[in-house]
Design a protein around this ligand. Structure first.
Ligand SMILES: [Zn+2]
Ligand SMILES: [Zn+2]
Length: 329
């Protein structure tokens, strides 16, 4: 990554280009973590190990879903600068790089979802590519600071984004120091690998497996199983229809644990201005029959522009003006 102090959100420079040692470190680290899971299973688990894994999973999955995704990428609620930093700090320990990179890449996914230019489309490049191939291939390490202009102004976030490996190493060494080999393999490796693959299912399975309530211009799906695993992210078709909301489960029966936690935090003043979908979107989703898969451009159709002249569903702007009333756009 080449982020420098002189770089501004309008700079033509790109940042996040990793050095070759960083790339190999990423691949070797991923392989080592999976080896750690095998070792953990071979050693067997105690009750305390399962409890710690569950705790580390829930806290970090929340930091990714509520923090990296709903807050940093979509600005779906407001919070203090301290809690913002806390979400970013815990999110980095999930080994999914920094909050600015994550938000920039995810905003790009919404702009280009399931077109040939999509960063991680299973429709265009297959399941494994969308699940983790795109990360390992290092094709999308760079981002424009202008893509995250609203976040770039916080030096502490830029620092975390540049040095995202520091919290990862701190957690790794902490579990090793406190729990020894069992701490490293169970507490760190197993919980991190679960968070990682749980998050990745939203890029892969959530675009191929499930129900389409809304006719979006991508192949996003709603899936209750994935919603439970990811604390609410599995309502991905809802999310692609209207991305600015703190809740991704739009209806009472759509379980969304991240939203329940955000709501509880709002009662004690930690979060506020939680944004909800407008009534017209809710009504649109109640019409009953599954929405058709509107259109996805095949890879060999791509030339200069991925879209044809065919009418396409309306896309919401990536960053709607803030603040915004809870029930309006
Ligand atoms: Zn998606
Ligand atoms: Zn999103």
């Amino acid at each position: 990554m080449q982020a420098t102090r002189a770089q501004t959100p309008d700079s033509p420079l790109r940042c996040a280009r990793p050095s070759s040692w960083e790339r190999w470190f990423n691949v070797a680290g991923l392989a080592a973590m999976h080896f750690g899971v095998v070792l953990a299973l071979w050693m067997g688990a105690r009750t305390i190990d399962v409890a710690i894994v569950a705790g580390l999973y829930l806290v970090r999955m929340f930091a990714i879903t509520a923090g990296y995704h709903r807050y940093f990428a979509h600005r779906a609620f407001k919070t203090s600068r301290v809690f913002q930093f806390l979400l970013a700090l815990i999110g980095t320990t999930a080994t999914q790089k920094g909050p600015l990179w994550w938000a920039a890449i995810h905003r790009r996914h919404h702009r280009e979802s399931d077109t040939p230019r999509d960063v991680h489309s299973p429709v265009q490049r297959g399941f494994w590519w969308s699940h983790m191939g795109w990360i390992l291939a290092n094709e999308h390490e760079e981002y424009e600071p202008s893509e995250v202009k609203d976040l770039w102004k916080y030096p502490e976030l830029r620092w975390l984004d540049r040095w995202h490996v520091v919290p990862v190493l701190a957690l790794l060494l902490g579990t090793l120091f406190i729990g020894g080999l069992r701490g490293l393999t169970w507490w760190y490796c197993v919980s991190t690998v679960l968070v990682m693959h749980g998050t990745f299912t939203i890029n892969s399975l959530s675009h191929v497996w499930g129900h389409r309530r809304f006719a979006t211009s991508d192949d996003s799906r709603n899936n209750p199983v994935l919603a439970l695993i990811t604390l609410g992210e599995g309502w991905h078709n809802n999310h692609h229809r209207y991305m600015h909301t703190a809740n991704q489960g739009f209806y009472w029966w759509q379980v969304d644990i991240s939203y329940y936690a955000l709501k509880a935090l709002s009662w004690v003043g930690v979060t506020w201005d939680l944004r909800k979908p407008p009534q017209r979107v809710l009504d649109e989703g109640r019409r009953g029959k599954p929405a058709p898969f509107v259109r996805v451009v095949a890879a060999d159709e791509l030339r200069a522009e991925p879209r044809s002249a065919a009418p396409e569903p309306k896309r919401e702007p990536l960053l709607a003006p803030l603040p915004q009333p809870a029930d309006a756009e």
